[in-house]
Design a protein around this ligand. Structure first.
Ligand SMILES: *Cc1c(COP(=O)(O)O)cnc(C)c1O
Length: 353
């Protein structure tokens, strides 16, 4: 299957690289791929970026069959472009599709489609420090049919957005609301896959936290509301003494690619690295005893997001005096440097375009 390329005749003006923000600008092209049961996945093409023709009865609109990925391409000092952990992102989407009764795009196919797309769009990878090109591979149900069952037709597409340095003014710790009412994901639910529905479920708590002056929420388990799960749309880490703890993967925790990077790198820092349950009471007790050194989130958008404060109804705790801790800082610097070719890629995390 070879990808047809139809180039735009009206290329866009490039946005200023010092004010990209996140997800505001899109490149000139998108890649699309179609599925129907007889042919399987077919018709890969790169076409000018624009609206998708959709049947208003399409499954994605009514029953939420939508799955996505998020990965980045970085420009190295020598001008070449690298994708970060391409194979892990392709594998994760392939693992997620069956949970939503969607057909798998084989990781080898997805990999080659992303590379086909990047060969057309590589000039869109920004050059300014801290910037990157964010890729959003997405799969949606497109069959026009209102009966409740899995769709028989799907579209897979890739769009891309040049994005700015996440921390324009240097890494800044976030203030977090511990969410005890709403939950993001429950046992047996969709939490382990990158389904759009998980984001829909999270929006109300996030917007209420913002109204209260917090940046994001800390998600607890859906059953007892006492186990720490994730922070915002990131995986969570806490440094307790010299033990770096993150909750174990479960069906309510997303297997972050950045989480995996942190686990690999932190072992080399002389820390005890544990994937184990973490109760909110352990966080508050270790804050009192002085054992709680750092808390941070990990994800593709921010890489590492240090947490400076956790608050809940009737209480709060400060982490590392509200400042960036040494481990969070070191992980951020090291992962960012590898992404941009400023450090040797000893783990094989980069794919050159
Ligand atoms: C995408 C995502 C993450 C982070 O995953 P990365 O692969 O590191 O970007 C963490 N939690 C949730 C809920 C997510 O959707």
């Amino acid at each position: 299957m070879s990808t047809a390329v139809q180039k735009t005749t009206t290329p866009k003006a490039r946005p200023a690289e010092n004010d990209l923000g996140f997800g505001r600008f899109f490149t000139d092209h998108m890649l699309t791929l179609q599925y129907e049961p007889k042919q399987g996945w077919h018709e890969p093409k790169v076409v000018p970026y624009g609206p998708l023709p959709m049947d208003p009865a399409a499954g994605v609109f009514h029953y939420g069959q939508a799955l996505f990925e998020g990965l980045k391409a970085f420009r190295a000092g020598d001008g070449t472009v690298n994708l970060f952990r391409l194979d892990e992102h392709c594998a994760r989407m392939a693992r997620g599709a069956p949970r939503l009764c969607m057909p798998v795009v084989e990781p080898s196919l997805m990999r080659s489609l992303i590379l086909d797309f990047m060969r057309v769009e590589q000039d869109w990878v920004p050059r300014a420090p801290g910037t990157s090109l964010y890729l959003r591979p997405t799969m949606i149900a497109t069959e026009g049919f209102l009966g409740v069952r899995a769709s028989q037709r799907y579209t897979f597409f890739i769009i891309a957005s040049p994005v700015g340095a996440y921390y324009a003014g240097g890494v800044k710790p976030v203030r977090i609301w511990v969410e005890r009412e709403h939950t993001r994901a429950a046992k047996g639910g969709l939490g382990a896959v990158k389904a759009g529905a998980n984001y829909a479920a999270s929006l109300l708590a996030a917007s209420r936290a913002k109204e209260k002056g917090y940046d994001q929420v800390l998600w607890l388990d859906a059953e007892k509301h006492d186990q720490v799960e994730e922070v915002g749309t990131m995986n969570l880490f806490a440094l307790l003494g010299d033990e770096l703890v993150t909750p174990p993967l479960s069906d309510s925790i997303l297997a972050g690619v950045t989480r995996n990077c942190v686990l690999q790198l932190a072992k080399g820092y002389g820390l005890k690295v544990s994937e184990r349950p973490l109760a909110i009471s352990e966080l508050t007790q270790s804050s009192k005893s002085g054992a709680l050194k750092e808390v941070f989130g990990s994800g593709t958008a921010a890489v590492i997001s240090p947490v400076g404060e956790l608050s809940w109804t009737g209480g709060s705790l400060q982490v590392n005096k509200g400042e960036v801790g040494p481990i969070a800082g070191r992980l951020y610097e090291e992962i960012s440097a590898i992404q941009r070719g400023g450090r040797p890629d000893t783990h094989g995390w980069l794919t050159k375009i």
